[in-house]
Design a protein around this ligand. Sequence first.
Ligand code: NAD
Length: 292
Amino acid sequence: MPNPTAKILDGKALAAQFKEDMQQEVQHLVASYGRAPGLAVIIVGDDPASHVYVKNKKIACEKVGIKSFSHELAHTTTQEHLLGLLAELNRNPKVDGILVQLPLPAHIDADYVLKAIASHKDVDGFHPYNVGCLAVRQPELRSCTPYGCMKLLETTGVDLHGKEAVIVGASNIVGRPMALELLLAGVTVTIAHRFTENLQAHVERADIVVAAAGKQGLVQGSWIKQGAIVIDVGIHRLEDGTLTGDVDFAEASKRAAWITPVPGGVGPMTITMLLANTIQAFRTHVGDESTA
Ligand code: NAD
């Protein structure tokens, strides 16, 4: 029996709920430790989309009471200067989390820079140490987008053990850590990438599809298995200003049981997990063992 409409995995609503809880949590932490968790945000250059992302992250911090320290650097900033700033922030006791907004200008080696962030302050969860911890089933600071996707999957109430997942995209920041998250949750995982042959055949057998290739409409609705869960990480701005994803939402939602919208799905959860990671880094920093 076809599902006329899939249930929406509402990232916006879930994020709002998380933020409300985090606001309370931060109030308790301030009362106990005399300061709020601090997040340093570094942006290099004038990429308009990156500036919007950074602004949204700062607003989200304010909303839950996290203090944000902004570092807006010119496009011409040298790698050496950036590394010097990171060394300072790594030492700064008021800074619990450090985020370097990507992409960085071409003259800066992003992989090298990300490794220069102290792993216990790496609230984006991109440092090889943190990705490695996830790989060996001892997660510490988890990559925000996959972490947010897992929180969305949890809300379905579906037992993930033994399910077949296909992740479309194998980047360091989404596809690969997403595979590790799903593996940790007992899912059988396939990672598709630009060299994968017959993507359709892979997607057609998936109980869970995570689309993160950055290719608008790559995943066709007719490929989706009846009753699958579809998580669309892709974000594309159309000429009329509207946002869309990697999945053909209208067709896919006729077959899926659950689906994330774009916007309002994965995006709000990514920012929310950044806040959660900052609070977690603060707790580790101050030696707080309790949970809120
Ligand atoms: P990326 O370009 O770094 O990686 C894309 C991956 O997709 C690569 O591994 C590539 O091999 C694979 N790919 C490309 N074409 C493919 C094809 N035809 N079939 C299968 N795989 C293919 O991108 P990224 O940084 O991982 O981002 C992916 C998308 O997710 C983008 O649209 C980005 O804007 C979005 N994104 C959203 C959030 C969010 O919070 N919602 C966060 C991060 C990224």
